[in-house]
Design a protein. Structure first.
Length: 186
């Protein structure tokens, strides 16, 4: 049985569709704004990448698919008339987006709990900065919290490194009372 299947590049198809829609818009055949097509399309590409990442157990696809989806969602909401998203919230949103991406990687393998530390730290920092940008909390409150509690981040990373090393060392030991498997070929 031969494997003569032809693989289709979905990214190539997406580029063709976007190009045709933009060309039809330029010739005024249809009237569609770029942001109403491009950002939802990028959200779809991100969701597909995340789904494939979970299906193939590839954390890189999960992480970058989540980042693509979240940035596309940010720019889509920014371009819509229904939500007021300021352009200067891009930097705080980046913290939140990467925190969510780390959390999505954690969901792919819940035994890899040290991923929760950057997820929580980045999401919390991004949330504080966004709440500050929209006037729910004040600058001095955010910076006082960060100035006072930033050593907690060091402590959490240190504990995660120690426990991660302990977890990997203990997972290589045979369970007591069992016979280790024989060495094949020696």
């Amino acid at each position: 049985m031969s494997n003569n299947t032809v693989k289709i590049s979905w990214f190539g198809i997406i580029l063709i569709i976007v190009g045709v829609v933009m060309l039809l818009d330029k010739f005024q055949v249809i009237n569609i704004s770029f942001s109403s097509i491009f950002w939802p399309l990028m959200m779809l590409v991100g969701i597909i990448a995340v789904g494939r990442g979970y299906n193939q157990n590839r954390r890189g696809k999960i992480f970058w698919g989540t980042v693509l989806f979240m940035y596309a969602l940010f720019f889509f909401l920014r371009s819509s008339d229904y939500f007021e998203v300021y352009s200067h919230t891009f930097f705080p949103a980046t913290f939140l987006i990467f925190g969510i991406a780390f959390f999505m990687m954690y969901l792919s393998n819940m035994k890899d709990w040290p991923l929760l530390i950057p997820a929580v730290v980045l999401a919390a920092a991004g949330s504080l900065f966004i709440l500050n940008e929209y006037g729910y909390i004040y600058d001095w409150e955010v910076w006082d919290v960060i100035r006072l509690y930033w050593p907690v981040i060091l402590i959490l990373f240190g504990v995660a490194i120690l426990l991660r090393r302990r977890y990997t060392v203990n997972s290589n030991k045979p369970i007591s009372g069992t016979v280790p498997p024989p060495n094949v070929g020696s």
